[in-house]
Design a protein around this ligand. Sequence first.
Ligand SMILES: NC(=O)c1ccc[n+]([C@@H]2O[C@H](COP(=O)([O-])OP(=O)(O)OC[C@H]3O[C@@H](n4cnc5c(N)ncnc54)[C@H](OP(=O)(O)O)[C@@H]3O)[C@@H](O)[C@H]2O)c1
Length: 334
Amino acid sequence: MRKRVLGKNLEVSAIGLGCMGFTHAYGKPMEESKAIRIIQEAVALGYTLFDTAERYTGFDDAGNKIWNEELVGKALSPYRHQIQIATKFGITITDKGERIYDSRPQTIRKSVEGSLKRLHTDYIDLYFQHRMDPITPIEDVAQVISDLMKEGKILHWGLSNTDEDNLRRANAVCPVTCIENRYSLMARWEEKLFPVLEELNIGFVAFSPLANGMLSGAYDGMRFSADDDYRSFMPQYQEEGQRHNKAFMDAIEDIAKEKGVTPAQLSLAWMLSKKDYIVPIPGSRTRERLMENADASEIFLSEDELIEIERTISSFDTVVFSGPPKTLEKRWDS
Ligand SMILES: NC(=O)c1ccc[n+]([C@@H]2O[C@H](COP(=O)([O-])OP(=O)(O)OC[C@H]3O[C@@H](n4cnc5c(N)ncnc54)[C@H](OP(=O)(O)O)[C@@H]3O)[C@@H](O)[C@H]2O)c1
């Protein structure tokens, strides 16, 4: 697999593995031994960047909580110094089950200790603020991250689901290596941040790069369980959304066919060819798709091909999930 550099000097595989779906939001958690095998196969295929979060939990059939970080830590501990682990802090679930965006310094300190333990490691390569905290000033967040870096617990940090103001303010206190925001052929609104990323030399880890699988074309007409699969409420997976997006999906499939690649590969190669500081992290629980996605790092799109794709996608208006609110106005009761 090719490599890319995020920010000044974080070298990672050009395509990373999004590990969320092994335990969280994509149906029932995968059996642990199978998930470990897939993650280790990803290492063998050349993936070095693995994305997880404190928040990516699930429940087994007996109702026991399963931590994604535990799984990722177990799978990757034999390879610890060959790979980079990205994890996230900043979302707390209260006793009443409410989500609070909470990046208070004391919460971050608690989170980092929990993540290090679950990941079976003594350092985190890349630590993201998962969502912006509407109450805690980002300067206070950046300061505690800077302290944690001096203590050797964190090597790089980033901001996920960030906007320009949050990014600039954070970067002024403690240099940010990269952001992690939603980006795909169907979700291009973050392109407005490109000039800022270029000005500040900050990388872009693109999450949900296949629009939650939709862009692979493999999920036509599929329905998902409302109990544990967040695709069940995504607009692109509703009947109406699928009807609306059909012409767009047909166009993507035609371009991919002409190029001799799969639609998923086209989607990944498109963003890799657009900017050399973008690293997509598609999630997959199958070896075949891990291989298919890894091979996209070898596909190059020329300037003319990019222009043609741009022209095509701009002629459609698509419906796609844009994520939960960037901030929750709720105040943490401390
Ligand atoms: N920072 C944040 O707030 C945030 C939010 C969401 C996600 N993320 C991160 O981003 C990662 C990726 O996002 P995501 O999983 O939501 O969306 P995604 O990568 O766009 O799509 C994942 C889905 O696509 C399927 N898939 C992957 N490759 C495929 C291929 N070649 N052909 C057909 N289907 C394919 C997977 O199914 P199979 O498993 O069956 O292959 C899975 O259902 C997550 O794992 C997580 O680490 C971060």
